[in-house]
Every structure is written in C-alpha cells, then in structure tokens.
Design a protein around this ligand. Sequence first.
Ligand SMILES: *[C@@H]1O[C@H](CO)[C@@H](O)[C@H](O)[C@H]1NC(C)=O
Ligand SMILES: *[C@@H]1O[C@H](CO)[C@@H](O)[C@H](O)[C@H]1NC(C)=O
Ligand SMILES: *[C@@H]1O[C@H](CO)[C@@H](O)[C@H](O)[C@H]1NC(C)=O
Ligand SMILES: *[C@@H]1O[C@H](CO)[C@@H](O)[C@H](O)[C@H]1NC(C)=O
Ligand SMILES: *[C@@H]1O[C@H](CO)[C@@H](O)[C@H](O)[C@H]1NC(C)=O
Ligand SMILES: *[C@@H]1O[C@H](CO)[C@@H](O)[C@H](O)[C@H]1NC(C)=O
Ligand SMILES: *[C@@H]1O[C@H](CO)[C@@H](O)[C@H](O)[C@H]1NC(C)=O
Ligand SMILES: *[C@@H]1O[C@H](CO)[C@@H](O)[C@H](O)[C@H]1NC(C)=O
Ligand SMILES: *[C@@H]1O[C@H](CO)[C@@H](O)[C@H](O)[C@H]1NC(C)=O
Ligand SMILES: *[C@@H]1O[C@H](CO)[C@@H](O)[C@H](O)[C@H]1NC(C)=O
Ligand SMILES: CC(=O)N[C@H]1CO[C@H](CO)[C@@H](O)[C@@H]1O
Ligand SMILES: [Cu+2]
Length: 611
Amino acid sequence: MAILHSLSLWLMAVLPFVQYCQAKTVNLDFNVTWVNVNPDGLHERKVVGVNGQWPLPVIEVDKGDRLVVNMYNGLGDKDTSIHWHGMFQNGTNNMDGPSMVTQCPVAPGSSITYNFTIPQNGTYWYHCHTDACYPDGYRQALVVHDNQSYFNDMYDEEYTVTVSDWYHELVEDIPFIRVENPTGAEPVPDSFLFNDTVSATNIPVEAGKTYLLRLINIGAFVAQYFYIEDHTFRIVEIDGVYVDEQEADTLYIAVAQRYSILVTMKNSTDKNYPIVTVADSELLDTITPTLQLNQTNWLEYNSSAAHPQAVMTVDTASDLVPYDDFKLVPHDRMALLPDPDMTIEVDVIMANLDNGAGYAFFNNITYTKPKVPTLYSVLTSGDFATNAEVYGEYTHPFILEHNAVIEVILNNQDTGSHPFHLHGHNFQVVSRTPSYGASFYDFVDGDPVAYNATENPSSSFPAYPARRDTFVAPPQGNFVIRFVADNPGVWFFHCHIDWHLQQGLAMSFIEAPKELQKQMSLSDSEISICKAADISYEGNAAANTVDLLDLTGQNKQLPWLPAGFTAKGIVAMVFSCVSAFLGMAFITVYGLSGIQTKKQETAVVTEQDAL
Ligand SMILES: *[C@@H]1O[C@H](CO)[C@@H](O)[C@H](O)[C@H]1NC(C)=O
Ligand SMILES: *[C@@H]1O[C@H](CO)[C@@H](O)[C@H](O)[C@H]1NC(C)=O
Ligand SMILES: *[C@@H]1O[C@H](CO)[C@@H](O)[C@H](O)[C@H]1NC(C)=O
Ligand SMILES: *[C@@H]1O[C@H](CO)[C@@H](O)[C@H](O)[C@H]1NC(C)=O
Ligand SMILES: *[C@@H]1O[C@H](CO)[C@@H](O)[C@H](O)[C@H]1NC(C)=O
Ligand SMILES: *[C@@H]1O[C@H](CO)[C@@H](O)[C@H](O)[C@H]1NC(C)=O
Ligand SMILES: *[C@@H]1O[C@H](CO)[C@@H](O)[C@H](O)[C@H]1NC(C)=O
Ligand SMILES: *[C@@H]1O[C@H](CO)[C@@H](O)[C@H](O)[C@H]1NC(C)=O
Ligand SMILES: *[C@@H]1O[C@H](CO)[C@@H](O)[C@H](O)[C@H]1NC(C)=O
Ligand SMILES: *[C@@H]1O[C@H](CO)[C@@H](O)[C@H](O)[C@H]1NC(C)=O
Ligand SMILES: CC(=O)N[C@H]1CO[C@H](CO)[C@@H](O)[C@@H]1O
Ligand SMILES: [Cu+2]
C-alpha cells in the first residue's frame, strides 16, 4: 500500500511535467513601424507593420508554451502596446497590455518585453490596446495548438481565417467624438476584409476530408455573419473554450469573438463552394452606396472548376438566423456557478456631455483614463489598495474579493448591440434577453428591457452555461454573466467596438488587490517605459503619493449638459452656428443622418432652446 501510495504521489507530481515536458519558449522580435498597404485595392494607406510586414505574423504556439515578444516602437509618432486577447495572464497581469490599465503606453523609441505562459488552448488574437490603435492594422490571430483536444482526431487539416472591417484613414484622422456628431454615429468602414484582403481566398480542400476552420473577427466595429453554401458545420470552440460539437449553418461573429468549426467536405470534386461573409448592416448608421457588404470566397475542391459568386438568400443581413451561442455547452461541463457574492448591475447609456459630443456610459460614468495605470496604483498604495476611491471615480473601479463569485447584470439602453469583453477571464453567460437569432431585434422599437430576476431567476439558468470572453448584448436588451474572481489583477471590462471604447464604455475590475501585491511589484523596466512616455507610475489615480484618498487633479469626465439639451437640440445649435461656414452637406453627413437611423427619439428642442 505504502509503495502504491508513494507511486501515485510521484505520478501526481510528475504528470504535469510529462504533459508539458516539451513546453518551449517562442521568442519573437516585433519592430513596429509604419508600412504602406492597399488590402482592398481601393486605397493605399499606412498601417502598423511588424518587421516591415503586413498582414502581421500569425502567432502559433503549443499549449503550455512561454511566449516572449520583444516589441520596439519604431512608429516615431504614436504610443503603442499589445493586448493578448483571451489570455488569462494568471500571475502576469502586468503582461495584459491595455495602456493606463496595466501598463504605461510604450512611447516611440521605447521597447517592452511581454513574457508569459499559455496554459490555455484554442483561438485567440493580439492587438494594440493604446487609445484607438488596432483599426490601423495592428491586429492578428494567435493560435494555441492542442493535440489533446477532444476533436483532435476528427479533422485532417486546419486553417485560420480572419474577418474585419477596414477604414481608409488613420483612426486619428477620422472625426468622431465631437459636437458635429452629437448622436455618436460610428464611422462607416470603407471595406470588409477576409483574411486581410478582398482578393479571392481559395481554401484548398480535398473531397471527403474534414477541416478545422478557426474564425476570428479582428475588426474594430462590425460583426459579420458566416456561412458556406450547401455545407453545414460543427462548432467545437468559442473564445478558447471547447464546446460539445453542435451542428450549425450560420454564425454571427462579433468583433473580438472566435469560433472553431469542423467542416466535412463533399465527395464530389466538380464544384467549388462559396464561403459567404455578410456584414451586420444593422450596426451602420448610413450605408455608403459603394460599400460592399458581403463577400464570396471559396472552398476550392477543384481549381479548374468554376468559382461561382454567392447567391444571396436574404435582402438584409438581419434576416440571416445565426446559431445562438448562448445554447452551446462547454465540453468540460463546468457547472453553473452558485449565486453570486457580489452583483454589479450597470446600464449602458449613450449621452452627450457639455461639449455637445456623444459619449458612452456604464450608469453615469464614461471611462476616463487615470493619471497612473490602475495596476501601478494597486502596487504602490499598500493597504489602501482595497479602497476603490484610490482608483478615482472615472475609471469606474470595482474591488472584487479573491475567489468571490461575481455576477454582472448588463442592461443595454442603447438601440445598438454591443460585444462586451472581459480581460483575464472567461465568464459564464447565464441569461440573455431577447435571445440570439430571429428575436434579437425585438426590443428595438419599444422601451429598453432590463433584466428581471422574477422572470429569469437563477433556477432558469443553464446547468452548464456557455463560457466565452466576448458576448453580445442585444439592442435594448440585457444579459447576465458570472465568473470567479480567482485571478488577481486589474481587468478591464469594455465594449469591443473600438469607437465605443473611445467614447468611454469601460470599467475596471480590481480583483484581489492584496494578492496581486504579493504576486508582483513595479519593475525598473516598467518605470522606464512610464518615464519615456512622461507618465506617473505611483500613487492614486491623480498621481498623489502622499494622500491616497485625495483625488484632486484627477482626470475627470466633462460636466453633464444642462437639462433640456438633447442630441437634436445640439444638431440645431450646430446647424445655426456652423452652417454659414460649412454648409448643409456637413450637417447632413455628421448630424442628421445619424439621428434618423438611430431612432433616438428625443424631445424636439428648438434652435432657441438649444442656444
Ligand atoms: C503534443 O503536443 C506537445 C506540445 O504541446 C508535443 O510535445 C507532443 O509531442 C505532441 N504529441 C503528439 C502525439 O503529437
Ligand atoms: C526597426 O526597423 C526600422 C526600419 O526598417 C529600422 O530603421 C530600425 O533600425 C529597426 N529598429 C530596431 C530596434 O530593430
Ligand atoms: C521570462 O520570464 C521567465 C519567468 O519569470 C524568466 O525566467 C525569463 O528570464 C524571462 N525571459 C525574458 C526574456 O525576460
Ligand atoms: C490567412 O492569412 C494568414 C496570414 O497572412 C495566413 O497565414 C493564412 O494561411 C491565411 N489563411 C488562409 C485560409 O488562406
Ligand atoms: C462520402 O463518402 C463516404 C464513403 O463512401 C460516406 O461515408 C460519406 O457519407 C460521403 N459523404 C458525403 C458528404 O456524402
Ligand atoms: C450584398 O452586397 C450587396 C452589395 O454591397 C448589397 O447590395 C446587398 O444588399 C448585400 N446583401 C446583404 C444580405 O448584405
Ligand atoms: C475539375 O473541374 C473541371 C472543369 O469543370 C473538370 O473537367 C474536371 O473533371 C474536374 N476534376 C475533378 C477531379 O473533378
Ligand atoms: C453618479 O451617480 C452617483 C449616485 O447618484 C453620484 O454620487 C455621482 O456623483 C454621479 N457621478 C457622475 C460623474 O455624475
Ligand atoms: C418582473 O417580472 C414580473 C413578472 O412578470 C413582473 O410582475 C414585474 O413587474 C417585473 N419587474 C419589473 C421591474 O419590471
Ligand atoms: C489562476 O491560478 C490559480 C492557481 O494559481 C487558480 O486557482 C485559478 O483558477 C486561476 N484562474 C484563472 C482565471 O486562470
Ligand atoms: C477551456 C477548455 O476548453 N479547456 C480545455 C483545454 O484542453 C484540455 C485538453 O484538451 C481540456 O481538458 C480543457 O477542457
Ligand atoms: Cu459598443
């Protein structure tokens, strides 16, 4: 017995090493510079390149590997950073990447080394996370291979494919948050890319074989539908979580979401089949006549056969009925988390501040960058770290207790849908109203519907809820998510539409700050990155190191508009002020068109009232 017992102890100690004994370090050098590209064939523009290349390198690792990326900012005129989307960064919160949340922005001429292990599996991506920067091309797939997945023997080969929206101008040159655009109408993309091109992508396939396709929306704004003519497929992964295989024919991939699907080929080789991607035009305030909303690429069975254009089966994208991701069951059967220790309930609101521009809010707060990265406030505030005041009201901080079950109830009062992302975790999606698919837009024409615990009590939640890191809130609907605060860190929760993040649709979860202080301290290299960017690295959100509860001088959101001001009032005001200079077209494009299509019904305020 004793021998058996010690043998099993030995096995327990050694098995994890056996599993990861081949774990290697993947070292990459990223020299980030501007390069010129023309991926849609319509307009050459500068984008962020890595080592002079664009599309950027797809990062591929095996589960358990360490990834070390040494990034040099050679842009010359712009700060930057990299977020490893979906990576838990357990014990390495300082490697997460969002500027002013877990690090200082990396100034031109500075370097940073990201260094972390990847004990997860599945499909991820990396992207710039400093102000709004990834729409300028700084985004690409990150694939974690796992030869122990339950579907490892169910496919022959795999392909990774990204979809994205595309703009012809640099983000900084696209006018957005300003009084001339009081409704916050999002800039309409110029194109949609399939794997960073509009040229035909032919995925070579062989009859009878099965392929794993990893699909990632690396766009800044617009979700895309995906289907393959005459083929169904099986969903096996969402956002790094294996799910029980589920047959589907259409997906809705919001920005930042990932799906892995198994597609089995037909036995015939006389035809090629369209892979169809359709932009969710419901998200667009105006559709430019030249904008190509849908694209055809091909499963290529036979390169000498025809490559037929897709035959659109619907008139508008929203007539497509995608598979409801809420119904997916994680393969690991992680059970519904118990009732929460802490509930955070927020309303998503679009409103104007007193400069007349449109901002986005959780309740009454639009996220405003602190003067010190929030993680560094944790690391330099000692026992005060558990006091939310230290982080300033405008980072919208919530202190989460170590290992507490957290529930977030999100009520979307906006008529647009929003894909919300949590850093550092997957969350269980335990409720969504209305459901995905045909009823998704049901609440658009009525009043917003908040989560109602009487109608949807926890007893009605799924036994094995879907888990993912990015989940879509329906227009004027709501969702409820749960996770365990078992990963000490400062984790950003935000809308992944980059325009809405720019408008402040974010809040900060400060998870187990005392545990976090035990895990890490501010390093010399982190301090020198802050110094190079001329940013404070100690003290509270106002960079006060003496009195941590004195927030004098913190960055604040602008004051509210006086009561009575509305988006329409602002348009009226702007119209009367600037029409003389700029003419009617200006107003039509940036003001009125937004209001008409947003159905933002507000009291009509006359020109005089507004002024
Ligand atoms: C599985 O992948 C690991 C790396 O994660 C590698 O060391 C191992 O050799 C692979 N096993 C097989 C059977 O391919
Ligand atoms: C980065 O690339 C630019 C342009 O090729 C080059 O001038 C520069 O020396 C490189 N810097 C580093 C640190 O590799
Ligand atoms: C990465 O981190 C590991 C563990 O802390 C350390 O041993 C290694 O030296 C680091 N590598 C680099 C390049 O900083
Ligand atoms: C998509 O683009 C990446 C990067 O350029 C490339 O590695 C990959 O093979 C492409 N996928 C397909 C299906 O062509
Ligand atoms: C292709 O042929 C195989 C073997 O004859 C059969 O099992 C399979 O069902 C066929 N596949 C399709 C899609 O018809
Ligand atoms: C497909 O694209 C064309 C051209 O942009 C457009 O007219 C049509 O409405 C689109 N159909 C859907 C369903 O998006
Ligand atoms: C490929 O398509 C061509 C043109 O239709 C046809 O002549 C040929 O037989 C096909 N090849 C196979 C292997 O099906
Ligand atoms: C938000 O609302 C709370 C509670 O009503 C109030 O104390 C706080 O001052 C408000 N904050 C802002 C920025 O309006
Ligand atoms: C929640 O639903 C119950 C049952 O339908 C209803 O009686 C109640 O008024 C609802 N609560 C709110 C706040 O709407
Ligand atoms: C982080 O690691 C701890 C153990 O070190 C583990 O208990 C916890 O579940 C992990 N959390 C995540 C999100 O990976
Ligand atoms: C979250 C998730 O799906 N994790 C899986 C990673 O891969 C291992 C081995 O294949 C699974 O056991 C995990 O469930
Ligand atoms: Cu949003």
